[in-house]
Design a protein. Structure first.
Length: 256
């Protein structure tokens, strides 16, 4: 190094020659690791699962481990329903559960199916119920759902009250009351009709407006009304319906 007359330091040619002859500095490459698609899907699924009411979560965590209790015959039928739902590329299906009085089995099916759709993040699935005649949503149906963990309010009173059933933190309540299946407010075309009882299945050879129709008959818990076995029978039927509706939605979600 030399100091010139002005007092400034300069590098001599000898000292700087090796710097001039050096190759240009190599560029720095930044590598950004993106999450895999499956990781994104799991995160999204966890978000939906965590939105289920805390009071329901223990029950749901048990039934999703019970799919092996579903018979091969019923798995086959539910698989056909799932296949029909998967055929809609936007995963937007309307399901109407039908039994004679729209009082027990069809309501259990509607509510559990909507809960399962929320759990698996199937945003386009809407569930409904109806009967071949209207009566009332039986109070025993309400009681067994409350025991499972649903938060339910009678919003109207009267002979055929409208119950508001909460299943998730970020979803509106499910509105439940007895009605005929083709009432205004229920889908009228291209819906999937799911027949919950053999009587309604026989009395309705044609379900007007249905695009497809499947029989998923459940034994009527009504046979136990006002007996010592009432609570046990209703809770058993409630759990069977829950298990099968979660299995159904899990099959749809697999192909998302």
């Amino acid at each position: 190094m030399r100091v010139n007359a002005g007092g400034n330091a300069t590098l001599t040619r000898k000292k700087t020659a090796h710097l001039i002859d050096q190759p240009l500095m190599r560029p720095i490459v930044f590598v950004i690791i993106m999450p895999t698609i499956s990781a994104i899907a799991v995160t999204d699924a966890n978000t939906h699962q965590n939105s289920i009411l805390e009071s329901l979560q223990a029950y749901v965590s048990e039934i999703v481990k019970e799919f092996d209790q579903i018979s091969a015959e019923r798995r086959s039928v539910l698989g056909q329903v799932a296949g029909e739902m998967r055929s809609n590329k936007e995963f937007s299906s309307q399901l109407t559960f039908i039994c004679t009085h729209n009082s027990r089995r069809s309501h259990l099916s509607q509510v559990w199916a909507q809960t399962a759709a929320t759990y698996y993040g199937l945003e386009g699935i809407q569930t409904f119920s109806g009967g071949t005649e209207s009566t009332a949503c039986n109070i025993r149906t309400v009681r067994t759902m409350r025991r499972a963990g649903y938060l339910i309010v009678d919003s109207t009173g009267g002979e055929n009250p409208t119950y508001l059933i909460r299943h998730a933190e970020n979803r509106p309540p499910i509105k439940v009351f007895s009605k005929v299946y083709n009432i205004a407010g229920n889908p009228t075309e291209d819906f999937i009709a799911l027949m919950c009882c053999d009587q309604a299945d026989e009395e309705c050879p044609v379900v007007y407006g249905a695009g497809r129709r499947f029989a998923i008959h459940y034994a009527d818990p009504k046979v136990s009304d006002s007996t010592e076995k009432e609570t046990t029978v209703y809770d058993k039927r409630c759990r069977q319906v829950a298990r099968e509706m979660f299995y159904l939605m899990s099959q749809v979600a697999e192909s998302k």
